[in-house]
Design a protein around this ligand. Structure first.
Ligand code: ATP
Length: 199
């Protein structure tokens, strides 16, 4: 599986629809300071579900929408789409190409799509779980992240190995199941109380 294409529109410095095609092998993005190189990796993390405006180098989520320049007016929404080659079927979808899209409007409304079909953020997170791709996964190493990984707590470092070994999905499902069990236990207790009141 590899990243084939990224399309940005109204996202940060990319006012117009901009499409970057990647080929197999190494791709380097070069350009002068402030030309938008890091905005591309921000776009990748954003579409994968990044919710922290700070980690996208902004103050609030609206800051990812093109804010205007001397030559151009601001736009009303920002959108990023990632297209991954899925011929190896690494992603559990019966398509050779998978495109995930995230769109945000100035009103704050957010939309997520998988192959143009509206979905929830959870669907995107689950799709990429254990693949090494994801906003926190090891496939995106930002500036300063290597030092952060080395100096971080051992439990946090363990998270990286868990993602690589493919067990995050099961841990997440276990957490959901435990929550459902505890909710059900609470409901049962309430029913017992009601029954003993009626008796
Ligand atoms: P460096 O080499 O210095 O790290 P870079 O090529 O990585 O630079 P970025 O940090 O990606 O550059 O881009 C910064 C530019 O993006 C700045 O000029 C900033 O004004 C612009 N920018 C960021 N957010 C927005 C926005 N919402 N609207 C318009 N422009 C934006």
């Amino acid at each position: 599986m590899f990243l084939k294409r990224i399309e940005l529109s109204g996202f940060k410095s990319f006012a117009d629809r901009t499409e970057l095609e990647f080929v197999r092998g190494i791709t380097a993005v070069v350009g002068p300071n402030g030309s938008g190189k890091s905005n591309i990796s921000d776009g990748i993390r954003w579409v994968l579900g990044e919710q922290s405006a700070k980690s996208l180098r902004g103050g609030k989520m609206e800051d990812v929408i093109f804010a205007g320049s001397d030559a151009r007016r601001a736009v009303n929404y920002g959108e990023v789409s990632l297209t991954l080659d899925n011929t190896s079927q690494s992603l559990p979808l019966d398509f050779n190409e998978v495109t995930v899209t995230r769109r945000v409007h100035r009103s704050g409304e957010s939309e997520y799509l998988i192959n143009k079909q509206p979905c929830r953020l959870k669907d995107i997170t689950e799709l990429f779980m254990d693949t090494g791709i994801g906003k926190e996964a090891y496939s995106i190493i930002g500036q300063g992240r290597i030092e952060e990984i080395l100096s971080t707590k051992s439990e946090d470092r363990r998270g990286i190995f868990e993602e690589a070994s493919g067990i995050v999905k099961y841990k997440s499902r276990k957490r959901e199941a435990e929550k459902k069990l505890s909710d059900t236990e609470q409901n049962l207790l309430r029913i017992h109380d009601l029954v003993s009141e009626l008796e």
